[in-house]
Every structure is written in structure tokens, then in C-alpha cells.
Design a protein around this ligand. Sequence first.
Ligand SMILES: Cc1ncc(COP(=O)(O)O)c(C=O)c1O
Length: 397
Amino acid sequence: MSELASRARKLDAEDELAHKRAEFLLDGDVYLDGNSLGALPASVPGRLDDVVRREWGELRIRSWGESGWWTAPERIGDRIAPLVGAAPGQIVVGDSTSVNVFKALVAAVRMSAGASAERDEILVDATTFPTDGYIAESAARMTGCRLRPVTPAEVPAALSDRTTAVLLNHVDYRTGRLHDLPSLTAAVHAAGAIAVWDLCHSAGALPVGLDEHGVDLAVGCTYKYLNGGPGSPAYLYVRRDLQDRFDSPLPGWNSHAEPFGMRPAYEPAPGALRGRVGTPDILSMLALESALEVWEGVTIDMVRTKSLALTDFFLECVAEYVPEGRVESLTPLRHEERGSQVSLRCEDAETVMNRLIAQGVTGDFRHPDTLRFGFTPLYVTYTDAERAARVLGELLS
Ligand SMILES: Cc1ncc(COP(=O)(O)O)c(C=O)c1O
């Protein structure tokens, strides 16, 4: 056994999160795609069976009240809250990330325009996941604003007294770069604008500190590091002191102060409930709720510690096994700038990834030349990291 393989075994034996892997349904393959679709928590199939057969099949419509279906968006929001550093009552779950980006950005412009009619420019992360950029463009058009794409590093210099809202990604989906949320949020506030953060690639992987850093609005998906399942609902965070000013562009009946009053005039519910729209997707939502049970006894700091150790170890194994010059890491080496994935630039990346998958190592390919490997500390082992790098090295030798 190589020195790295035996070190991996030792690190696994000392890993305080090692027991969590048994709470997922996994086979002997190496799964490094939890930054795209998290693995299946073992509790979910049984819970979904109960939801379908008993809650839907037997209780039928009574389940909206008796099984807590109606209040699931805010109840599950409160379950996610500690993972992103939010006190209860500020997160609702529902709709897709894309839809929540729209709600948050339009609401941000409405809040800020209330402060000054001169503010007419939205800054958007130029390196963003495409959906955020597309929606920002539409939101700008709808609100009569100008959209200015800038990289996160350019944001401080681009801010002005015209800036109304800034939409940023906490971790870059392509490179795995972690952006400095505290200082960028402070800069946005110093310019008098509203900060909207997309947490898709950070929630469940590293500390976010929404309350601590005074983030205004945030959105994120739940199917990556939160393991909610394919298409599981996203979430929206509205900081408590902004909730009264949150004017949703999608004021559906679920966010009405009295949804069953069936009144023609809209009156928003108090609190984060204003982020709701229509009837929640109960099957996906309750699968997510069950998936969140794996966080019992786990803190986000424990996850971050292991994530950094795993990605450090993987990079060390890649340096040892992969011939010089065949790959180049796009992911920063500095811990303060690293999310929970490693992206490697590689010639013929698509073919290489397909071969890796055929050999039991699943990551993903991002156009045009990137191999992405996501590290979910709840179930990825050091032995997985060593094996993935070794197979990659064999393929590229
Ligand atoms: C940063 C980011 N935003 C948004 C999305 C996707 O949004 P939706 O959940 O609406 O598909 C992704 C998906 O990978 C993402 O990485």
C-alpha cells in the first residue's frame, strides 16, 4: 500500500464525521458530485413512503393541518437556518433557486428605491452561474434599472450612489473559489445598497454567517450539500429587520396574511412568510426535511474542518499521482478562498471524466476544459480522495 493510501486510512480512522457515511445509501464507488446532486440519505425512502401512503393516501386533505404540510416551508427553513448562521424566522423553503433569485432581486430594488429614487444600477457577478445572470437581466429590465456585470473583485470599485442591489455568489460554481462575504457585504452596505447572496455552493459545506455579517437577502438550493434530492425546493432568507419592507414580486396566496380569507386584495403576511408564493411541493419538501436529519450532532465548523483537510489531501494526492503539467488547479490553495470542491483544468476533460466515471469515480465536467470534484464531508472519505486521484493519475499517465 502506498504511503498516501495508508495515510488516508489513518485519517479516516481519526475522522469525527466518519460515522455519518452510514446514514447515506452509497455503494463502493467514489462519489464526488455532491456539489451537483447530494447522495441519498438513508432515512428518505421510508419517510417518503409514509408521506405517500399514510399522509396522502389515508389522511388525504387532513394532512395539510394534521401532518404539518401547510407550515413545512417555514419549519424546514428554521431547520436550515443554523447551517447558514441565521436565527429562526428568516428563511422559507419553496420554489427553485432561479425563482428565489427573482423574488430577492426585485424585492431588493424595491427596498432600495424606497430609500432613493436615484439608484438605478444593479451589479451582478459576471462569473455567475448563468441562471442568476439571466434573471438579473430580466429583473433589471422590469424595474427600469441598468445591469452591470462585474467580477466579485471589481465590486468595491464599481459601487456608487447609483447602485441599488448587488447579486453575488458565495462560491464560484466553476472554480470553487470562495468569495469574501463579510467584506463584500460591508462594502455594499457602505454604498447604501442591498446585498443578495446565492449560497448554492456554500450552504452545508462551510460557515456562511448570514446574521453575523448582516446579509440582507440570500437564496440557495438544497439538492447539493443539503442532500434534499433532485429538484428539491430552494430557500429564501430575508433578514428580520427588512421583512416589513420585503415587497415580493410574486405575491401568491400562500404569502397572504390570511390565505383562507380568499380576499381579492393582497395583504402580505408578517415575517419571512412573505417569501412564499403558491402551494408548496410537499413530496420534495418532506424528502428534504428527512434528509436534513443527517445534520443531527453535526456543526458546520466540523464540516468545514474536514472539507479543507479533504481538499488539501486530494490536491496532495493529485500532485503525487498525476504527471506534471497534465492538470492545473483552478481552485485557490488558500483556505480563505476555497469552497468544498476542487476544479482541475485538463485537456480532453470531457473524455477524461467519462473514463473516471467508468472506473467508479464520479465527478463532473464543466465546459470547456474543467474536471470538477465536490467533497461532501458527511460522506466522502480520505480513502475516496486518494482513490480518485490515483485513478486520475493512471488515466493521465
Ligand atoms: C450558483 C447557482 N445558482 C443557481 C443554480 C440553479 O438554480 P435552480 O435551482 O433554479 O436550477 C445553480 C445550480 O447548480 C447554481 O450553482
